[in-house]
Design a protein around this ligand. Sequence first.
Ligand code: ASP
Length: 342
Amino acid sequence: MSSSTELLLIYTGGTIGMVEDAETGSLHPIDFTQLEKEIPELKKFDCNITVKSLLRAIDSSNMNIAVWKELLEIIELNYDSFDGFVIMHGSDTMAYSASALSFLLENVNKPIIFTGSQLPIGKIRTDGKENLITSIEIASAMENGRPIVPEVALYFEYSLYRGNRTTKVSAENFEAFQSPNYPLLAEAGVHIKYNRFAIRGWEDKKLITRKNIIDDVASIKIFPGLRRDVFQAIANMPNLKGLIIETFGSGNVPSDTWFAEEISRLNERGVIVLNITQCTTGSVIQSKYETGVHLEQAGVISGRDMTFEAAITKLMYLLSCEELTDAEKRNYLDKNIRGEIS
Ligand code: ASP
């Protein structure tokens, strides 16, 4: 790392940014302009750290497309001036935001590392300090003048994951995230071991930022006993453009006639239907069982091994690509475009 490395730390909110009031014990956000006071270790880095915050820090349960837009604008405005980015984010929707940015920012060739914590940074047993410090180290790690991790990633509890492969799996453990269908990008022990084979290669391309995010999307989780009127309540939304059906096993759904009829109706209306498995690992293979074959015939797209977080944000992203035809959107949904599908 050279002393000329410039890093932008973006604070969005979440548990990581909280400190305890010494008298009342209640949690409140720390003043991020005073970050070095809370984390004196930051002074020891051989890189320049600039801190920016969202206009209003949020609990990440309040994340929405307007806040993603604000985050995208901060990155777009500062992209050329910084070598790497660390985004401090609540853990609840971090996998969604990391997935969203991996799609909405095209041609990323610098590290954009999301991190957060299970315990506030101002608590004595916090996991936030290690998460933040190692994220900074990863975001500023260079080799031969190029970043080692030129992609959107998520660092939590000694593991670096590809952002759009992550899902939050624990509300309790420090090891809160998993990347069920893709290897770790790096593991932090005494040294940070980068798994070069898993990290995307650097490309000399110009960043494109998509900010006109389309949110006319919905999802339906299939369960035994799901009624047609419940399905219709969502499927009949007038502006619906994309629907995820969360299916059983390798992409299976009930073989009731009404289900096939509703799916065909969606297809006739031009709604893109994407099939994502409820299983954590493995992939949708629609032709495997009779209960999935008719989906293929009705134009339902297999989400393969995408996480739900990647699938819903990829759908929003592709729907917002106005220059693409409907067939092209469907085609890209079916293909790996940012390392989100194996
Ligand atoms: N509710 C918090 C958030 O996601 C939890 C956390 O930060 O871990 O903002």
